[in-house]
Design a protein around this ligand. Structure first.
Ligand code: F6R
Length: 250
């Protein structure tokens, strides 16, 4: 696992964008795994800039999002569908037919989850997966205690995660209680993973991820087993890490 520490959020976003762009240029029909939340917004902004100013071409790219709240329709302004179109997809030339996001309104959630897993396999698997990290060490909505081999399924959100996400809703009661999420096993099958972390409130989770034991109580620690996982963290998120384990991007 490579740990890169950047001076701030902006540099973290640009470093990640460089790597995503390199993948898209090397393999124009690559499959990207994408995350929502505050952390990747700067990455999407930089990729949009690269599309507009440098002609970065997403026309053959396929995307799979990690997760979606159960019960929120795609047009709800806190759904992850809405987030992805507003922050990224509507600004680039991705083919909407190649965009996959879990269906929070699926009638049969189990059937949908199986279909999602199969669809990822049918397109050849995820080439590059982008992740954020929860302050409790979750990746996607795989909360502490999730099985390390888990696949796409419905999960109950922890109170701490609902509290973290309440800032986007008018009150915590409005934050959905369930989400559909790719599993840790699904994520670990990606050829390459980039986990982004920014801010002091991620420092403890990042320390456990990089230096702690591999444990279901910190789902992100599973990345220690991945062949090609890179963590790009800003100084604040990396503030508790052993300095000998990190590198500064050139
Ligand atoms: C979102 C996701 C979550 C977030 C995590 C961090 O698709 O998978 O695991 O990455 O909750 O969220 P932010 O970036 O808002 O701190």
């Amino acid at each position: 696992m490579l740990v890169l520490v950047t001076k701030d959020y902006d540099e973290m976003s640009k470093e990640a964008a460089k790597r995503v762009a390199a993948m898209v240029r090397k393999k124009p029909d690559c499959v990207l795994g994408l995350a929502t939340g505050s952390t990747p917004i700067g990455l999407y902004k930089e990729l949009v800039r690269m599309h507009k100013e440098e002609g970065l071409d997403f026309s053959k790219v396929t995307t799979f999002n990690l997760d979606e709240y159960v019960g929120l329709p795609p047009e709800h302004n806190q759904s992850y569908h809405y987030f992805m179109w507003e922050n990224f997809f509507k600004h680039i030339n991705v083919d909407p037919r190649n965009v996959y996001i879990p269906q929070g309104m699926a009638e049969n959630v189990d059937e949908f989850c199986e279909w999602y897993e199969n669809r990822i396999k049918e397109v050849g698997g995820i080439d590059l997966q982008i992740l954020g990290i929860g302050s409790n060490g979750h990746i996607a909505f795989n909360e502490p205690g999730s099985s390390l081999g888990s696949r796409t399924r419905i999960k109950t959100l922890k109170e701490s995660t609902r509290r973290d996400n309440a800032r986007f809703f008018s009150s915590i009661d409005e934050v959905p209680k369930y989400a559909i999420t790719m599993g840790i096993g699904t994520i670990m099958e990606a050829q390459e993973i980039i986990l982004l972390a920014s801010g002091k409130n991620k420092a403890d989770a990042l320390k456990k991820t990089v230096e702690g034991p591999i444990t279901a109580m910190c789902p992100a620690s599973t990345l220690q087993l991945h062949r090609k996982a890179t963590i790009i963290a800003d100084k604040e998120a990396a503030s508790l890490l052993d300095k000998e384990l990190i590198e500064i991007p050139k």
